[in-house]
Design a protein around this ligand. Structure first.
Ligand SMILES: [Zn+2]
Length: 357
């Protein structure tokens, strides 16, 4: 991909996008900007992934569209998000800006290939999680003047966790780490009691989950290392390699009694096996509570470990998944293949260990 970019090869348009670490900007493969050094470049399969990784779209090659000049409304929204990424831009706020929300939605989607809300969310999360992604400590963040100067990081982070890292001394700390997985980046939060959250960074509802956890635990999520974060990172690597089915990292389930029952019941579904919402409801002794079980399933904050992806429709259809149906399918495929491997000789299973991820 780097060679393709050096040649500005147009056949790679739409195949990959590249982020330049030194500038925080992402481009299409044919961008005319100067070629950065290889070690400063990373590649993404979709613009949304680059946004979630904290990159902003290049003004030269306009990676969100097809190189067309954006309509004034879209251009205005793009600038608005850059100047205040942490701000809310719901319909009421758009109307206040003199923008018709439905026109904005239609134009933005047509021009950028994603809704304005999805764009804003990706950009906001990317900025807010930038330090966590870089694995910086709080001290590093405080020393990093770059973020003070209008990059929007402070604002986005404050929006996400409620207060700036420097003022977070009076509350507990949830150590947060960005984990790369074959199915996309995940955010993990842990403290000395165990793992509190593991979820894909592009999952809708992650912000809500973060806010709820911090409120209930009276703690702040801050970038950092922790032994349980190191442990879950190792176990996830083994899981995706097909050599692990059971996670041993201690977990903390923070929820209502009903939610906890559902989540504990989920943990008893072995890898390679699925069950329906109705079966799950029966297992917790509330066969009529199928819908509530579905909701509790969706409120799970420990993706993969509390295997909500192993619950499918009564007819075998995948039904919903917070992390997206494609991921659900891949997780189930991985577990099915890995399970078959363990029935024979798992040491000979190098091939299927990589299937599906
Ligand atoms: Zn560019």
């Amino acid at each position: 991909m780097y060679r393709a970019f050096e040649r500005r090869d147009p056949t790679y348009e739409g195949v990959f996008w590249l982020g330049v670490r030194t500038t925080g900007i992402f481009c299409r493969p044919t961008c005319r900007a100067r070629t950065p050094k290889r070690e400063n470049v990373e590649f993404f399969g979709a613009p949304a992934d680059a946004l979630h990784a904290g990159y902003r779209p290049c003004m030269k090659c306009r990676p969100l569209d097809h190189g067309r000049k954006p309509p004034p409304l879209v251009a205005r929204l793009l600038v608005a998000v850059e100047s205040e990424p942490g701000r809310r831009y719901r319909d009421a706020e758009l109307a206040e800006m003199g923008i018709d929300p439905s026109t904005a939605r239609r134009q933005f989607k047509r021009y950028c290939g994603m809704t304005f809300q999805a764009y804003h969310r990706a950009r906001r999360m990317g900025l807010a999680l930038l330090d966590i992604r870089k694995g910086k400590t709080v001290i590093d963040s405080q020393l990093d003047q770059g973020f003070e100067s209008g990059s929007g990081f402070r604002e986005a982070f404050t929006r996400l966790v409620g207060t700036a890292p420097s003022r977070a001394a009076d509350v507990g700390i949830l150590h947060a780490k960005w984990l790369e997985t074959p199915l996309g980046p995940m955010l993990a939060l842990a403290d000395d009691r165990g793992l509190h959250l593991l979820d894909f960074v592009d999952r809708r509802g992650l912000e809500r989950a973060l806010a709820m956890l911090q409120k209930r635990l009276r703690a702040r999520a801050l970038p950092g290392e922790h032994r349980y974060l190191a442990q879950i990172e190792r176990e996830l690597r083994e899981y995706f390699a097909g050599t692990r089915h059971v996670f041993e990292t201690p977990v903390v389930l923070t929820g209502s009694e009903f939610q906890s029952r559902v989540w504990q019941s989920l943990q008893k579904i072995p890898a390679g096996v699925t069950c329906s919402y109705a079966q799950l409801a029966s297992r917790i002794g509330m066969p009529k509570a199928v819908r509530a079980v579905g909701r509790a399933n969706g409120d799970n904050r420990l993706s993969i470990i509390v295997p909500c992806h192993r619950v499918i429709g009564a007819d075998g259809a995948l039904t919903g998944y917070g992390g997206g149906l494609a991921r659900k399918q891949k997780l189930l495929d991985l577990e099915r293949t890995a399970k078959l491997g363990s029935d024979t000789d798992s040491r000979d299973s190098g091939d299927h260990a990589r299937i599906g991820v």
